[in-house]
Design a binder for this molecule. Structure first.
Ligand SMILES: Cc1c2[nH]c(c1CCC(=O)O)Cc1[nH]c(c(CCC(=O)O)c1C)Cc1[nH]c(c(CCC(=O)O)c1C)Cc1[nH]c(c(C)c1CCC(=O)O)C2
Length: 350
C-alpha cells in the first residue's frame, strides 16, 4: 500500500519545494525588530534584549507582531545566533548602542573548556518553548522558520568577543593555530545540528543558516569553513528530518553564491544585495530557490525607487522558485509604511 503524499500548501513551502509561483512568498530578515513600535514596547517590558530572547511568551509575542501587522508568509523565530556560544559556556551580554560582547574563547581556556554539543539543550530550552508556542499560535498559512548562525560567523564572535569589521581575530586564529580553529568550527557544527534538530522537533518547519561574514573568507577558506560546515549541517538535519527544507545565507559570497548553491545541498540560497537579481536568476535559480534581495535602505527611503526595485527583483526572478526578502536585516530607522508599500507592490498582480 502506498502512502499518499500531499504537496505542501503553504506558499513558502511550495517555493522551497521548487515551485514557481505567480507572487513570491514574502518575509523579511529582522521583521520583528526595533522599527516596530510594538516591538519596542514588548522589549521594554522584557527589560533587555537577552531577557526577551529567553522569555518564551514575550519572544513568541514579538515574533507574531509583524505577522499580525503585515500578513507575511513566513515567521522567523525570535532569538539570536549568539545564544549557542552562551549555551556552550561563554558569557554573553549586549552593550546598548554598540552590540554583543562575549568572553573571548582563548581567554576562557579554548575549545577544551567548552561544553559538549549535546549539553546545550538545558540552556536553550526556553527557545524550544517559544517554537512550541508559535507552532500553536501562528495562522495556518504562515510557515515557521527556525535558525542558527553558521559555524564561521558564530566562531568570529566567539574568537573576538564582539563584532569586528574584518573578522581579523578569527582570521588570525585560523592562520596561527589551525587545529584550535578547526576544533572550534567542529564544536559549533555539532552544536548547531543539535540545536536546529531540537527546533524542528518543537515545530519549526524550515531552518535557515546565517553565515553573515562568509564574504571575508576567500578561495579554499570559503569552501572549507563556510560551505562545508553548512553542507554537513544540512545533510545531518535532512537525515534526521526527511524532507526538511533548508535555507542557507552565505552573505557576501558574490559570484560564489552559485558554488554555494551546488555544494551546500540547501533548498534555497539567500542572496544579499551585492549581486543582481538577473545574475541570480541565471546562475543560482537553476540550482536552488533564491531568496532576496531588496537593499534594506529602501525600507528607510521608500517612494518610487522602492516600488521600481521591488518590481525589478520580482520580475527578474519570476521564472523560477523565489522567496522575496531583503538582502540583509531591516534597520531600526526603517519606516513601517514602506514595508506595507513593498508588500502591496508585490501582491499587486494577485
Ligand atoms: C550577526 C548576527 C547576530 N544575530 C543574528 C545575526 C546574523 C544575521 C545578520 O547578519 O543580521 C541573527 C538574528 N538576530 C535576530 C534574529 C531574529 C529573527 C529575525 O527577525 O530575523 C536573527 C535571525 C534578532 C536580533 N538580534 C539583535 C536585535 C536588536 C536587539 C535589540 O532589540 O536591541 C534583534 C532584533 C541584536 C544583535 N544580534 C547580533 C548583533 C550583531 C546584534 C546587534 C546589532 C543590532 O543592534 O542590530 C548578532
Amino acid at each position: 500500500m502506498s502512502i499518499a503524499t500531499t504537496p505542501p500548501s503553504k506558499l513558502l513551502l511550495r517555493a522551497l519545494a521548487g515551485e514557481t509561483l505567480p507572487v513570491p512568498p514574502i518575509w523579511m530578515m529582522r521583521q520583528a525588530g526595533r522599527y516596530l513600535p510594538e516591538y519596542r514596547a514588548t522589549r521594554a517590558k522584557a527589560g533587555d534584549f537577552l531577557s526577551l530572547c529567553y522569555n518564551p511568551e514575550l519572544a513568541a509575542e514579538v515574533t507574531l507582531q509583524p505577522i499580525r501587522r503585515y500578513g507575511f508568509d513566513a515567521s522567523i523565530l525570535f532569538a539570536d545566533i549568539l545564544l549557542v556560544p552562551q549555551a556552550l559556556g561563554l558569557d554573553l551580554w549586549f552593550v546598548t548602542g554598540e552590540g554583543p560582547r562575549l568572553s573571548p574563547i582563548m581567554e576562557k581556556g579554548g575549545v577544551a573548556a567548552l561544553k559538549p554539543a549535546d549539553a546545550i539543550h538545558e540552556h536553550l530550552a526556553p527557545v524550544y518553548e517559544t517554537v512550541k508556542i508559535l507552532s500553536r499560535e501562528l495562522p495556518r498559512e504562515t510557515t515557521l522558520i527556525g535558525f542558527a548562525g553558521a559555524p564561521w560567523t558564530v566562531a568570529t564572535y566567539m574568537i573576538a568577543g564582539r563584532g569586528t569589521p574584518d573578522q581579523g581575530p578569527a582570521h588570525a586564529l585560523k592562520d596561527e593555530n589551525r587545529a584550535e580553529f578547526e576544533a572550534l568550527i567542529e564544536r559549533i557544527t555539532e552544536a548547531t545540528i543539535e540545536y536546529l534538530s531540537a527546533q524542528v522537533a518543537a515545530g519549526a518547519e524550515v531552518v535557515k543558516l546565517f553565515d553573515s561574514w562568509a564574504g571575508s573568507l576567500k578561495g579554499d577558506d570559503l569552501d572549507r569553513y563556510s560551505i562545508a560546515p553548512m553542507a554537513r549541517i544540512t545533510a545531518a538535519l535532512k537525515a534526521r528530518h526527511p524532507g526538511l527544507p533548508v535555507i542557507a545565507f552565505p552573505r557576501g559570497a558574490g559570484t560564489r553564491f552559485a558554488d554555494a548553491a551546488r555544494a551546500i545541498g540547501a533548498d534555497c540560497i539567500a542572496i544579499d544585495d551585492a549581486v543582481s537579481p538577473e545574475w541570480a536568476a541565471e546562475h543560482v535559480q537553476p540550482i536552488a530557490c533564491v531568496q532576496g534581495n531588496l537593499a534594506s535602505r529602501h525600507m528607510v527611503t521608500g517612494g518610487q525607487d522602492l516600488i521600481d526595485e521591488t518590481r525589478r527583483i520580482r520580475d527578474a526572478l519570476s521564472k523560477g522558485p523565489h522567496v522575496f526578502n531583503l538582502g540583509h536585516g531591516i534597520t531600526p530607522d526603517a519606516d513601517p509604511e514602506n514595508v506595507a508599500l513593498m508588500i502591496e507592490t508585490l501582491r499587486e498582480t494577485r
